[in-house]
Design a protein around this ligand. Structure first.
Ligand code: AHM
Ligand code: MG
Length: 348
């Protein structure tokens, strides 16, 4: 037998880390891994078949959905429904959460929040896209799971991960004991452990932000960009600007090389663009587990109490030294409301 360790073998090995685990979480992770392989197959042949273009429906954020978004959404819901380990799936593509009412699933103890295909505006041009997922333990003890079971703080996550459909396909996940990355070997159809115990560099030289929004940025972000672009050999500035426009791909690169990804509030989007439950919390959990930081400019992302399913937030995430500097400038020039004031509306 070769030294290859598959995702399935790794998950089972790690199950022993949780004294309370009876295998449900392992099976849930396995189900997500299988669905992502099916989505990967479709993403890879997107240019070959007539699957590109608008599906003609619009999600709750009023954005046009691509056919592959719809396909990925269906695949993950279907895998999680038949797996029987989760009672609710909340997805970025559905207005409301999906309760799974089958006799097996309705008493299942896990909730999954998922962005089935993030960065989908990149599909048409063959640029990396991703899936982001987050798993919570259900809070209610009996009866049907409710919205309150979904609206949990990021600190309550028991697992989170992403799949990047890039030059190779990778699945990266954490269960709160470090971060491990698996690369899909298409010849055997298995995710194989390729990036054990991933760590984000403490400092970096890459910043990722949509600078086209510059005039709409809070003053603190403008000051950070100025800081990033000024020459200072001691701190390796000016930094390098890299923005793919796929959160998963930008954060994955920064996780490996060091860097900061920012999607601040803008005057047009005063609550930010990215969703707390489907994008920011899972990415924040992964990055923190890899030694990084994730903040809305003042507050730790994982401490934000969600009040609605599709809640948005600003985010500054990546190498801790870079995020710290952004926070210092945000605090000085664009103070945000501290937690306790419910939302994170920015004073632009
Ligand atoms: P989506 O969920 O509609 O795909 O939007 C999320 C994506 C992120 O992956 C990406 O970083 C960001 O939106 C890009 O937004 P913009 O085009 O405004 O820079
Ligand atoms: Mg998204």
């Amino acid at each position: 037998m070769s030294g290859i360790k598959t995702l399935g073998q790794f998950i089972i090995e790690k199950q022993a880390d949780f004294s309370y685990a009876k295998g449900e979480l392992s099976r849930l992770l396995r189900d997500i891994g299988i669905a992502s392989k099916i989505v990967n197959r479709e993403v890879n042949k997107a240019g070959l078949v007539d699957i590109l273009g608008d599906a003609g429906t619009t999600n709750i954020q009023g954005e046009g959905q691509k056919k592959l978004d719809v396909y990925a959404n269906e695949q993950f819901i279907s895998a999680l429904t038949s797996g029987g380990e989760c009672c609710i799936v909340a997805t970025e593509e559905e207005d409301d959460f999906v309760r799974i009412d089958s006799p097996v699933s309705q008493n299942a103890k896990y909730i999954v929040c998922i962005d089935p295909l993030d960065g989908s505006s990149n599909i048409d041009v063959n640029v990396a896209v991703g899936t982001i997922f987050s798993i919570y333990r259900r809070k209610s003890i009996e009866g049907k799971a409710t919205l309150a079971d979904v609206l949990q703080k990021g600190t309550e996550q028991v697992a989170a991960g992403y799949v990047i459909y890039g030059s190779s396909t990778m699945l990266v996940y954490t269960t709160g004991k470090g971060v491990n990355g698996f690369t899909l070997d298409p010849s055997i159809g298995e995710f194989c452990l390729s990036h054990p115990d991933m760590k984000v560099p403490e400092d970096g030289t890459i910043y990722s932000i949509n600078e086209g929004n510059y005039v709409h940025f809070p003053e603190g972000v403008k000051k950070y960009l100025k800081y990033a672009q000024v020459e200072d050999l001691a701190t390796k500035r000016p930094y390098t600007s890299r923005y793919i426009g796929s959160m998963v791909a930008d954060i994955h690169r920064n996780l490996i090389k060091g860097g900061i990804y920012m999607y601040p509030t803008t005057s047009a989007s005063p609550n930010g663009k990215l969703r707390l439950l489907y994008e920011c919390n899972p990415m924040a959990f992964i990055i923190e587990q890899a030694g990084g930081t994730a903040s809305d400019g003042l507050n730790r992302i994982l401490d934000i109490v969600p009040t609605e399913l599709h809640q948005r937030t600003s985010i500054f995430i990546g190498s801790p030294k870079m995020v710290k500097m952004a926070e210092i400038l945000m605090e000085e020039y664009s103070p945000v409301k501290p937690l306790g004031d419910i939302d994170t509306v920015q004073v632009v």
